[in-house]
Design a protein around this ligand. Structure first.
Ligand code: 13P
Length: 340
């Protein structure tokens, strides 16, 4: 089992300069939707082939520090027979694992959800550690709807579960990524997102403190502060960056080594541009990096379309997005690089 120093070393390596995380941990239901969107039936083999394309991209380790895998994927192998875990390690990329079992209706407040997966979690962490995982992810979902939702009850139970998960991970030598996602769905203003994000993060860090989680040995994966997708008043990248950094400064202790954003349905170029603006506002107390799913994968999925002849095109698209986000890590991205 790892020491506190080992955990801190892995947490810092995941946010090393110029590097960030690929979230490739879609559950079976989510990956089915992604594959079907490009006309590919979801089978164990097509899911493996898709992940193979992403995970064996040559040179990705220059920009990608870690990959979050799903339970099925951590047990699978690349086409040459090397397990994905070994292939990632050989590329200098740290394997991670999603350990929550999904957001389920919250009793007594059925329009909201609580994320499940605590039962048996210690034993699953021990197994994942043996399979090679050095970090983990748990996602809580917070929905904004009018002035009523989210309820304090929803924030409290999700924060409690996130802290229980994080403490168990650290016990078993695994770095927890703590992900409270305030959704972009809806028509709320950016100010409302700011308020709910601050409230959510304050509640989460109170629980992490109460449950004795070592802040130096974890990472935070939050949403950016944006107006709801259906809001008629969208704001520019600079404003998103300023409001997100302001929310983090009010709520996230400087002991946390890194903040790795989710992309949450933003376009891939918006996700790069907004991260870039935030890093231009630095230096910050924490590294500001990425842990994108859709914003790193979307162009690669479209280029691949399930055809073995397109593997190289898919890998080129993934490499490009990884490089753009690596540049955004230090404020060196600009949209004219997209044509390259
Ligand atoms: P997106 O970047 O597509 O939001 O995925 C990140 C993630 O891991 C959500 O849990």
């Amino acid at each position: 089992m790892g020491t506190a120093q080992d955990l801190q070393g892995v947490a810092r390596a995941l946010v090393a300069p110029g590097k960030g995380i690929l979230a490739a941990d879609e559950s079976t239901g989510s990956i089915q939707k992604r594959l079907e969107s490009v006309g590919v039936e979801s089978t164990e083999e097509t899911r493996r082939a898709y992940r193979d394309m992403l995970l064996t991209t040559k040179g990705a380790g220059e920009f990608i520090s870690g990959v979050i895998l799903f339970d099925e994927t951590i047990r699978q192998s690349a086409s040459d027979g090397t397990s994905f875990v070994k292939a990632l390690e050989a590329a200098g990329i740290i394997p991670g694992i999603k350990v929550d079992t999904g957001a389920k209706p919250l009793s007594k407040s059925p329009k909201e959800t609580v994320t499940e997966g605590l039962d048996g979690l210690r034993d699953r962490l021990i197994e994942y550690r043996k399979l090679g995982a050095k970090f983990a992810k748990w996602r809580a979902v917070i929905d904004i709807a009018g002035s009523e939702l989210p309820t304090r009850y929803c924030l409290n139970v999700n924060a409690h579960a996130l802290a229980r998960y994080a403490a168990l991970c650290q016990d078993e030598g695994i770095v927890p990524i703590v992900e409270p996602e305030v959704l972009m769905d809806g028509d709320h203003t950016v100010d409302r997102c700011f308020e709910v994000t601050c409230d959510t993060l304050t509640t989460v860090f109170n629980e992490l403190y109460d449950q004795r989680v070592d802040l130096e040995g974890m990472l935070l994966k939050p949403n950016m502060v944006v107006a709801g997708k259906k809001s008629s008043t969208q704001v520019d990248h600079r404003t998103v960056a300023q409001m997100t950094v302001s929310a983090l400064r009010r709520t996230v202790p400087g002991a946390v080594p890194g903040v790795v954003f989710l992309s949450g349905g933003m376009s891939d170029e918006d996700a790069s541009a907004r991260l870039n603006e935030m890093n231009k506002l630095g230096p910050h107390p924490w590294e500001l990096s990425f842990s994108y799913g859709r914003a790193l994968q979307a162009p690669a999925l479209k280029a691949w379309k399930g055809d073995p002849a397109n593997v190289e095109a898919g890998q080129r698209a993934f490499y490009h997005r990884a490089k753009m986000n690596s540049l955004a890590r230090s404020g060196k991205y600009s949209d004219d690089m997209e044509a390259a």
